[in-house]
Design a protein around this ligand. Sequence first.
Ligand code: UT7
Length: 326
Amino acid sequence: MKVKITATGSYSPEKILTNAELEKIVDTTDEWITDRTGIKERRIAAENQCASDLAHQAALSALNSACMKPDDLDMIIVATVTGDMQLPSTACVLQSKLGAFNAVAFDVNAACSGFIFGLSTACSYIKTGAYKKVMVIGVECLSKFTDWEDRTTCVLFGDGAGAVILEPSDDESSCILSTDIHSDGRFAELLYVPGGGSMMPASPETLKDRAHYVKMKGNEVFKIAVKTLENLVIDTLKKNNVDPSELSLLIPHQANMRIIQATATRLNLTPDRVFVNIEKYGNTSAASVAIALDEAVKTGRIKKGDYVLLEAFGAGFTWAAALIKW
Ligand code: UT7
């Protein structure tokens, strides 16, 4: 049995935070952010919006594209590291907001690779024959975990959500050809939120130390991300006997324009075969590839029969790829 993406959707909060506005918050410049990352602006959730609210909008958008009702879903997988609460899962909160009571709902935590980990999980469940209409959502409310006094991280992140619906298919000429997921926990402390969990429970001390915010050693993450992603995309194509010249569109995780360019160069891809929207949204972690995929579909960048490669790298470390014949 094969698995097919039958619909996509996404949602980005209305509020736009530009580089010029960030110049007034921390010691940075539009020039530095643009040159080093490719980001010009990012979306920020409203004060009363949490991850499940963004996920809800993206889910409705995907259901609308599929002409499906929430009741039709039998599984909901939410990939996030900025969920509504420590418990229950954001997927359960979303299930309630959607009224999708025929679905089992759970979260996946694989940071920026989370959406592709979710796709991989969904494919496995569908291939058992037990689940037929599975929604996978990548969503982040990173602005609520961002240290707005730390210029090395606060310029990078944004909020948003992307969703897909997956269904079984017999059509070998239009399906997900492979998903690859990987992790190496030895690098956990290069990108993490140390406070607020069982290792360092919330306390006045952790608040004072700003331990509840994302910490990243960006330059070290950068070097490993470039190398890992280059190997990942080459291996994924090789495994599927697809030559890079046959690839119609690379949809990379939108963390840094220089990382995206390095991967594109390794595959010898011209810019028209690489999907980039980092300038509008910044790094939205698990939502990034999902939003990009929806935009690529809705703007006609993907046609039936195209080879489309998704890839991501993130905290953990985790990294993942999915090759799709659209
Ligand atoms: O999504 C999950 C995985 N995450 C990633 O893939 C992110 C990977 N990392 C990156 O994208 C890049 O490393 C960053 C964009 C985070 C940083 O770029 P970089 O070229 O690696 O810069 P750097 O960290 O080596 O810093 C260079 C300089 C430093 O100043 P000194 O020490 O050379 O004087 C920083 O203090 O840039 C300074 N700097 C800034 N200057 C202006 C750092 N942040 C800023 C800032 N504005 N916002």
